[in-house]
Write a protein that binds this ligand. Sequence first.
Ligand code: AMP
Ligand code: MG
Length: 415
Amino acid sequence: MDKPATNQSPQKPLTVAAARKLVIDSVAPVSGWESVAIRSALGRVLVRDVIAPFDVPAHDNSAMDGYAVRSSDLVSAEESRLMVVGTALAGSAFSGVVGAGQAVRVMTGAVLPRGADMVVVQEIVRAEGDAIAIPAGQKVGQNVRRAGEDLAKGRPALFAGKRLGAAELGLLASLGCAEVPVRRRLRVAFFSTGDELASIGRPLAPGEVYDSNRYTLHAALTKLGVELLDMGVIRDEPMALEQAFREAATQADVVLTTGGVSVGEADYVKAMMAKLGEVTFWKIDIKPGRPMAFGRIGSAWLCGLPGNPVAVMVAFYQIVVDALLKLMGVDPLPARPTFLVPCAEAIRKSPGRREFPRGCLTAEAGAWIVRLAGNQGSGVLRSMSEANCFIVLPEERGSVAPGDLVEIQPFDGLL
Ligand code: AMP
Ligand code: MG
């Protein structure tokens, strides 16, 4: 077989925003769903609204330990005296009705006894035998949690497109839902390319480096909760690459590769994607990581990420991750907040590309500042490990002087 040409017609690089939008707009949620037990639903995405089958809470109930009383019995300007006629505990209601001049002792979570419309906290009440004295200044409805104030019967408790986290699983349990309908898992195949790559577990030969990208992607994809198809290391060899792409594209919804996507002698990824399918773009005005190919083979989406380990992570987080979430059915996509903070040191930059140096956001003397996280080389993974945020330097921006405000994007919100 002929080796595919590596130098394709020049294409103007896309801005990060344009590339991101193009990838997100291209994809649509995968079809298919399953019903899973809520304990297994962490990270999964709801495929239908979940409707509350009853009010939560189901009854008006006390928000405090104290006494349930009738507001009409309280004299607003003076102390009021009432007779205690019973007790209501959480899970054990008072069966009678609170009559005029009466009060019922209630614990937090107890159903509000009939007749009562407010709760007076025990700390301010003076007990005198079977009677209590309540100070002036109480308000109608105080310390009562209303039926349905959390969720109203018949209304959506959660909407389709919601990715289920700890709060959602608890909420589903509060509705008595044992199982939820979730979209089928996204299938993502990934492999590394490069003749210099060794898999961990054997010694390095001269000139070799260990394949780290596959482990980074394995971790990032595992966190997303997708189904993984790890295809190992593929040599810089057109036949091997073609076979890997064909196999990956038939088995997965998305194929991620790293390396071999620039215009070096042994960079066949983009050309192979073009031969087997189509390439939508392959250059982005981003640093680190200018080369990144996006396209498809058959029904599978392809992302040819750069080879340098930091560039892989930057491209993954800035361009790919939200498209994966969209494919998983997440809607709306999560906000990606950024904040302006002073930069403690100078950063050299020429206008042109959008740059993502790695930063350490720290509180110093009560105010947040950001510093560069060590060596910023695109192969230096340590800068990703030591950092807790990206510093986002837009296209038009020049160098940063110490004290200048810069935009930072915390890593925490990224996955
Ligand atoms: P490439 O884009 O294939 O020319 O790779 C760019 C740089 O990233 C080279 O120094 C490669 O050795 C390095 N690289 C590529 N793939 C990996 C990988 N899977 N793990 C670690 N380094 C890699
Ligand atoms: Mg390579």
